[in-house]
Ligand binder design. Structure first.
Ligand code: ATP
Ligand code: MG
Length: 243
């Protein structure tokens, strides 16, 4: 207002969703998007800016939330995602086989609160001090279970839609185990996978500015000096409308 600049309200998730387009080799539309952030886990079909169809989402905790809560149970500090991921690198994958919630459900929905509870149960059943190696084993069990579900559902979404491109967005998209597993699964089926640059995975200003730029390109009149736009929490992205 002080600079007398026009403004444009941007849906935060649209910022995440379009952030992979900021990469040096951006994906073309249409694609399947796996949005895995601190508050959301969604699979979407994306046909263009504002043309979003929700295919499935988490029924309870988001993937990032599961990372953070499980990390806390292991005594790691927030944000737990990177910490538990680093620890998991040293873990034995056969030590703890944790549940893969909804892996075989016929839909594209997710549920991660049971996985977090499984981590809680393992931690509770342990003697007072868990040694570093066992912490790493639990971390590995958790990451492997979560990654398995994300990869399986993403592959199903691609198969059902007939699309060949998968685009990852959101903070959990920075996860190395997820990237490795997705790359392997996609290569087997001749799909392409696209990721945001690491600095654009978690919240950042560039993704919001970019979403704004994409919308303004199609309709410059969208930016106004009406500074009274409302905040709408939990606004379904597919209700946004095309740019
Ligand atoms: N390397 C990583 N591995 C796993 N999780 C990670 C990694 N880096 C970040 N995260 C997780 O990503 C989440 C933060 O991502 P992001 O900033 O996209 O979410 P948010 O903005 O809080 O959520 P939303 O946009 O849904 O409101 C945290 O839960 C964090 O633990
Ligand atoms: Mg965010």
């Amino acid at each position: 207002m002080a600079l007398d600049k026009p403004v444009l309200g941007i849906h935060h998730l649209e910022g995440h969703l379009l952030s992979p387009l900021l990469a040096s080799k951006p994906p073309e539309f249409p694609f399947i998007a796996l949005l895995v952030s601190g508050g959301h886990t969604q699979l979407m079909r994306v046909d263009g800016v504002g043309r979003y169809q929700l295919l499935g989402e988490t029924l309870d905790d988001a993937a990032g939330e599961a990372f953070d809560k499980s990390a806390k149970l292991l005594g790691l500090t927030y944000p737990g995602g990177p910490a538990i991921s680093r620890l998991a690198e040293f873990g034995d994958p056969t030590a703890y086989k944790l549940p893969r919630p909804m892996l075989h459900s016929k839909d594209l929905n997710f549920s991660f609160s049971g996985l977090k509870t499984a981590v809680l149960t393992v931690v509770k059943n342990h003697p007072a001090n868990i040694c570093e190696q066992d912490k790493a084993n639990i971390a590995r069990g958790f990451v492997d279970a979560l990654v398995d579900v994300l990869v399986a559902k993403s592959m199903t979404a691609l198969k059902q839609s007939g699309l060949k491109r998968l685009v990852i967005a959101g903070g959990v998209g920075a996860n190395q185990q997820l990237r490795t597993a997705l790359n392997a699964a996609a290569a087997k089926r001749r799909y392409q996978v696209y990721y945001p640059e690491l600095e654009f995975c978690t919240d950042n200003g560039a993704m919001i500015a970019f979403a704004g730029a994409m919308r303004l390109k199609n309709n410059p009149a969208l930016a106004t000096r009406d500074y009274g736009f409302n905040v709408r929490p939990r606004w379904p992205l597919h209700e946004l409308g095309a740019a």
